[in-house]
Design a protein around this ligand. Sequence first.
Ligand code: GLU
Length: 548
Amino acid sequence: MSKELAEILFPEITLTPQDLEKKYPRRNLPEGARVTRFAPSPTGFLHIGGLFAAMISKVWAEKSGGVFYLRIEDTDKKREIENGVKIIIDGLSDFGITFSEGMTGNDTEVGDYGPYLQSKREEIYKTYAKDLVAKGLAYPCFMTEEELEEIRIKQEELKLTPGIYGEFAKCRDLSIDAVKERLNKNLPYVIRLKSGGNIENRIVLDDLIKGEISMPENNLDIVLLKSDGIPTYHFAHAVDDHLMGTTDVIRGDEWISSYPIHYELFKVLGFTMPRYAHISPIMKQDNGGKRKLSKRKDPEAAVSYYHEMGYPKEAVIEYLMTLANSNFEDWRAQNPTADINEFPFELSKMSPSGALFDLVKLTDISKNYISKLNCETLYNMLTSWAKEYDKEFLSLLEKDPQYAKRILNIEREIEKPRKDIAKLSDVKDYISYFYDEIWDGKLDFPENINKEDIINILNTYKDIFNENDDKETWFERIRQMCPPLGFAAMPKEYKKNPGLYKGHVGDVSTVIRVAATGRRNTPDLYEILMILGKEKVTKRLLDAINKL
Ligand code: GLU
């Protein structure tokens, strides 16, 4: 009778599970090689937690010599946006997360285990659904929205577990004639699992991150195929991860509570279960407590934020690796140039309760990373960032690349480079005084030096600045101008007899620095003045005098 029912429900399906097993043979991979996947919905939004999960899945597979692939779970058409697949692929590849198999664009893919877009796998899901119906393990359910709502309310009132089970599973034992009658009336229906589970029994999930978790068996007749023939997440997960040969399912821990369903599905379908690693969400410190990074409240929850701000992809990935395994930082210190896949990454060392997001740490890692780039690389990174996000800045950088590179090379390509740039979007402001077009011209002179002295210093200096000086000669000139102006040529002298001086050579340099750049703190003043050149320095000093 079940066989007849299966034929009535799925007359168009002629494939069998055996056909599919043959079409998608077990992967031929070396012993111990792991197959992982990233399986987002094409909503166009990529959460930092998604990038985190994708990175972990990639490292976990690749370091074992396995496969990391991209499957798109587009079973919820309401949440989908146009170009959503491409946006996810590009968003990940901006951070170096690429796939060896799976979707490669909105409608394109590579690999032998596709289609990798769930909406193209309808025949596959129906083949398994038909087989389950034929075996008496699934059935059509005609309950209406109203009936389901009534059940929900009743269960709430009686404080019963919500869902379709026991007495609530009204279509579980419909006769074949009753089904035929409803089909003749064209009533919509879903296909439900005929659960054989009992909540008195327990099963154990041996999670690769969280350890052993004991849960009751599933007893719900969950939906496998919705009324439009589209599978639920649960059913698609079992079918896809089985056929695609996933060995390790790495996913958000919101799925832990569904594990009993997945356990039963793999059993009734006759599939071997993969291993599971459930990742806790990335947390954020807020008002003394911890909460999940929120798409709504936190701009840094979106992966696009890091791209827009111009955090180098390597820095973001390095940071996420420290979030994943806290010993990564020490390893990196000892292996500064090694490939990430050489790091002995362990899922078991991940925080079972959720890593805490720390922008300060990311900033440090990023500053460190950028400080080690040579100026050519930084220039190229900066221009490609500006091409996308700041056209005005781009035209300045491209107007005179040599000039821009000299600026970027200040205190760079040396043993202890300056660690001051955390992200590309900071650079424009950081170097603005090199460009009259964007410099605001505000002068932040120190309060401890009076106006008259400032004018005297600037007047004296404008005549003696020589753009051909080497660093020593340049500084010697500044020292020499100090005593006649009433400043000590050496800080030491000043400290010995502060009463005798208005200040020391450091104060004089600061006055020059502020007149030339507007700021009290800058990188090396000698280099700055040399890059600005005689003409611009003279003009800046005169302008400053006029403004005082
Ligand atoms: N599409 C699911 C999600 O976005 C995938 C979960 C999984 O990796 O299995 O949550």
